[in-house]
Write a protein that binds this ligand. Structure first.
Ligand SMILES: Cc1cc2nc3c(=O)[nH]c(=O)nc-3n(C[C@H](O)[C@H](O)[C@H](O)COP(=O)(O)O)c2cc1C
Length: 175
């Protein structure tokens, strides 16, 4: 890895990590606009754009629904959550085997959000280990819309612990 020259995008990839401790400082509106525009530009299979985003800010009474569906104390430190949701019926289905590509599309938009946030000095964490039935009911998601990930978002707390453990490149190459 040492002979890879630095680039803005590589630095960005290195700077993003799963942040599990946030300060109380609320993200600026301009940064949220930037993140949402980066999300909007994400690619999707057959350009179906089968996603929906719910932004839950610091004063939103729906915050408690997130804490109920994902019962980890650290999640409550994030001032903002973006709930990444999608419509399975709108997603592209591969004719050969019927595979619905909703999860693929939603993973891309979620990572656009995480990288855009990192670009603005904001921390995020993918969270999928929540109770989807509970979140769907408590957030009153529209019929046909399913939640895929909770993305907490905010400035990392001083004691946030960056983690970056990865296999070597050889381990991911199929020869
Ligand atoms: C699809 C997906 C689901 C994840 N779900 C959770 C989760 O529910 N809770 C959590 O604390 N981290 C979750 N993570 C974060 C991973 O644990 C983390 O990305 C991984 O350990 C690598 O660390 P890094 O993001 O700091 O580089 C999830 C990540 C992904 C991509």
């Amino acid at each position: 890895m040492n002979n890879i020259s630095a680039s803005g995008f590589l630095d960005l990839c290195r700077s993003r990590y799963s942040c599990r401790a946030y300060s109380e400082r609320v993200p600026a509106a301009a940064d949220m606009e930037y993140i949402m525009e980066c999300a909007r530009l994400a690619p999707s299979a057959c350009n179906r754009q089968p996603w929906r985003l719910m932004v839950i800010g610091p004063d939103d009474e729906r915050r408690h629904a997130v804490a109920q569906a994902y019962n980890r104390p650290w999640i409550t430190s994030a001032p903002t959550y973006i709930i990444v949701c999608g419509a399975p019926a709108e997603a592209w289905t591969r004719p050969d085997d019927g595979k619905n590509h909703l999860d693929v599309d939603l993973a891309i938009i979620a990572e656009h959000i995480c990288l855009a946030a990192a670009d603005r000095g904001l921390g995020t964490c993918w969270v999928c280990n929540f109770n989807p039935a509970r979140l769907t009911v408590d957030l009153k998601l529209p019929c046909g819309i399913v939640p895929m990930a909770i993305v907490p978002l905010g400035y990392p707390a001083a004691d946030a612990v960056p983690e970056k453990k990865r296999n070597d490149l050889e381990a991911l190459i199929i020869k």
